[in-house]
Design a protein around this ligand. Structure first.
Ligand SMILES: Cc1ncc(COP(=O)(O)O)c(C=O)c1O
Length: 398
């Protein structure tokens, strides 16, 4: 305890104070659990904010990391990197994409997509540079992605932002149309807003986006950094919706826990970037790529995605039973696959705190939404344990 307290103080002293820490120093992770130095096991219901798709320290991922780092850890982009080629091939073979541009993170994947969109626009007309994104969205924290992230709390201190970006109200087809002109080169959209509180795009809105894309020549860029790679029960969330993106951005679990991001490029934009247009010293890191190949092999195993949908049904059914008992606490349950939001209003934060006392790790987003993003291979036993602790906390009338 003394040691943990000391580490906590050193963390505060030496690391810039941009995150709120839970007072837990995990000793090791295994599947859906994190264990501390005392041997206390915590059930992790958000898997590193959706990074550890196959749970903590999954064996085939650990082995892939060990093997690849024994061969080489980094190459410059002057060389052919086998694990990167393999990762790109898996992404292309399982999606609409024809090529992949690799980055190190989600925000960088969106930065790449911004540059791509601007180059696409310029190839059509000099003024075609405007990019649209939604209010309440989250696209990352570097200046381009931040400029797309239309939330005052993220943007205000960092103005001026990147120019020629405008915002529409999510799920408001009329407002989207109002913002359009021939100058628009791209629309960025999260098909389910994650950070914004698990808010799903509706059918009419996406229909309007598709109609507009026939009238005006622009790229539809789906930010699937949170929704992609099986999280919603499909390899990409866009498969649930009647929408054909030109670009999908990915990161989170793409490297099996190691940092890597990607922009998946469809037919219309696969050759927009030419030599020297964009690049990175580090991306794609070979070890992250090898770990990513191992992670994607798990997600693409026969029946794995179908199982996610069954787990969704089971969790939603169990949570709805609790909602019937405690409607004043659980106001809404929403989401797809294993990306679920429980609207607990003013109770969300206290539930999170009580959960920690009961060795359950929960994440809260948008102030009032308990966001569940467990490992995709979570077992029924683990889901039952979550429901049991959650039930216990809310039945205590907090
Ligand atoms: C939808 C979405 N876009 C972009 C990002 C930024 O990704 P990163 O933190 O890897 O830069 C996130 C991260 O949470 C995200 O959820």
């Amino acid at each position: 305890m003394q040691d943990l307290e000391n580490l906590y103080l050193r963390d505060k002293k030496y690391i810039a104070d941009t995150y709120t820490r839970i007072k837990l120093e995990p000793d090791y992770g295994e599947g859906c659990y994190l264990t501390d130095a005392n041997g206390d096991k915590y059930l992790d219901m958000y898997s590193g904010i959706s990074v550890n798709l196959a749970g903590h320290s999954e064996e085939s991922i650990v082995n892939a990391i060990a093997q690849q780092s024994g061969r080489y850890i980094h190459l410059s982009n002057n060389f052919i990197c086998r694990p990167a080629v393999e990762l790109a091939e898996i992404l292309v073979n399982n999606s609409f994409a024809e090529k992949v541009f690799f980055t190190n993170s989600g925000t960088e994947a969106n930065e790449a997509a911004i540059k791509l969109a601007r180059k696409y626009g310029k190839s059509k007309a000099k003024e075609k540079a405007k990019i649209l994104s939604a209010y309440n969205s989250f696209h990352g924290r570097t200046m381009g992605s931040l400029s797309l992230t239309a939330q005052v709390k993220y943007q205000e201190s960092f103005k001026p932002l990147v120019g020629d970006i405008d915002y529409f109200e999510y799920n408001n087809a009329e407002d989207l149309e109002k913002k359009f002109s021939d100058d628009v080169c791209a629309v960025f959209i999260e098909l389910i807003q994650g950070e914004g509180g698990i808010v799903q795009a509706d059918k009419l809105f996406l229909e309007k986006l598709s109609v507009l894309s026939e009238k005006y020549d622009f790229l539809i860029i789906a930010d699937e950094i949170q929704t992609g790679l099986g999280r919603t029960g499909k390899f990409l969330a866009c498969e649930h919706f009647d929408i054909k993106p030109d670009v999908v951005t990915l990161a989170k679990g793409l490297g099996g826990g190691l940092p890597i991001g990607a922009a998946l490029l469809g037919n219309r934009c696969k050759d927009i970037f030419s030599k020297g247009d964009h690049g990175s010293t580090f991306a794609p890191n070979p070890v992250a790529s090898a770990a990513g190949v191992a992670a994607l092999k798990i997600i693409l195993e026969d029946g794995f995605l179908e199982d996610i949908n069954k787990k969704h049904e089971y969790l939603v059914y169990s949570l709805k039973q609790l909602q019937n008992l405690y409607p004043e606490i659980i106001k809404d349950i929403r989401g797809k696959g294993l990306m679920l939001g429980i609207d607990a209003g003013e109770f969300a934060q206290i539930i999170k705190e009580k959960a920690f006392e009961n060795k359950l790790l929960l994440n809260v987003t948008a102030g009032k939404i308990i966001r569940l993003l467990p490992a995709l291979n979570i077992s029924y036993e683990e889901m039952n344990k979550f429901i049991q602790i959650f039930n216990y906390i809310i039945s205590e009338k907090i």
